[in-house]
Ligand binder design. Structure first.
Ligand SMILES: NC(=O)c1ccc[n+]([C@@H]2O[C@H](COP(=O)([O-])OP(=O)(O)OC[C@H]3O[C@@H](n4cnc5c(N)ncnc54)[C@H](OP(=O)(O)O)[C@@H]3O)[C@@H](O)[C@H]2O)c1
Length: 276
């Protein structure tokens, strides 16, 4: 009898421990080592979220994990290797994560680098579609069992999902594919109260765009500021976004403050898009 009571106490303590572990607010961020991923991880860590960071490069992921754990010591950071050009890495990563341990996913995919001239050939399409749509969707499919009910998935798309941007031909097809898929997923997961929303940023001033603007400025023989003013002339707010702008919107979509927001695609472009 005494042994039975001891066993019951041990079981009770174990279940309490695991429910605490599971109740932690862990957010998974894919392509976490990129400019947006990095900034988003920092913002979520600052807000006290635990993180599951995913990336293709083990060294970069390790460096990011070290930076986050030394800067935000209360935050638990787990890492997995996910390479969108190899879906086996997604299967392996999913096996390493316990069920019901994730409270949200910020799904960032690689930049859809499609040729801007004419129609890309079928092998280019197949590669880019596989890496920027099929593989990130595989993350959603394989990690859904690890998502808690009442959680939130945020897909990072791009503003050509809403408005045709002549400088982003072909990639707009990938962005639109995600708009359709977000609706699909919102319906598929609604029963579990898992919300799925997309954010379509305009240009966010990351290294990639700063370098691009510098190059453009040099070729136009004008300053960086003049080039930036020229590019943002059609944006009502006359500026590009900051990573904090994106982080704030993600934070809102992950939180209970957006509890009834589902299946949406929100533009974050300072009003640049003129589509209704
Ligand atoms: N920045 C913007 O203004 C902006 C605006 C709208 C949409 N977006 C979209 O947001 C996403 C991230 O943008 P970003 O500015 O953070 O770009 P970035 O700094 O160039 O980062 C790209 C990220 O994608 C990862 N990646 C590339 N190929 C991969 C693969 N096969 N498997 C796994 N990861 C892969 C990179 O990994 P490594 O670190 O290992 O290279 C890196 O983490 C892109 O889809 C971009 O098009 C960006």
């Amino acid at each position: 009898m005494k042994r039975k009571i001891e066993m019951m106490i041990v079981l009770f303590l174990l279940s309490t421990f695991f429910s605490i572990a599971e109740a932690r607010n862990t957010i998974m961020v894919t392509a976490a080592t990129g400019a947006l991923g990095n900034a988003i991880c920092e913002q979520l860590a600052l807000e006290g979220y635990d993180l599951l960071i995913a990336g293709r490069n083990p060294e970069k992921i390790d460096d990011l994990k070290k930076m986050l754990t030394s800067k935000y010591q209360e935050v638990h950071v787990q890492s997995v290797i996910i390479d969108f050009s190899d879906t086996k890495t997604i299967e392996e990563a999913a096996k390493q994560v316990s069920p019901d341990s994730i409270k949200g996913i910020v799904l960032i995919g690689p930049r859809p680098l499609l040729s801007k001239n004419g129609i890309p050939d079928k092998s280019e399409w197949a590669k880019i579609f596989a890496e920027t749509f099929i593989a990130p969707l595989e993350v959603v499919r394989l990690f859904t069992p690890h998502l808690q009910d009442n959680s939130s998935i945020v897909v990072i798309s791009g503003n050509s999902s809403k408005n045709y941007m002549p400088s982003y031909p072909n990639t707009n097809v990938i962005r639109l594919a995600w708009t359709g898929e977000v609706k699909n997923l919102a319906h598929l997961f609604g029963g579990r109260k898992i919300r799925v929303n997309a954010i379509s940023p305009g240009v966010i001033l990351t290294r990639h765009h700063i370098e691009r603007i510098k190059t453009q400025a040099a070729s136009n023989n004008i300053t960086f500021e003049e080039q930036l003013a020229k590019e943002t002339a059609a944006v009502p707010l006359k500026s590009y976004g900051k990573t904090e702008d994106l982080g704030n919107l993600i934070s809102f979509l992950l939180s209970e403050k957006s509890a009834h927001l589902n299946g949406t695609n929100t533009l974050l472009d300072g009003g640049e898009s003129n589509a209704y």
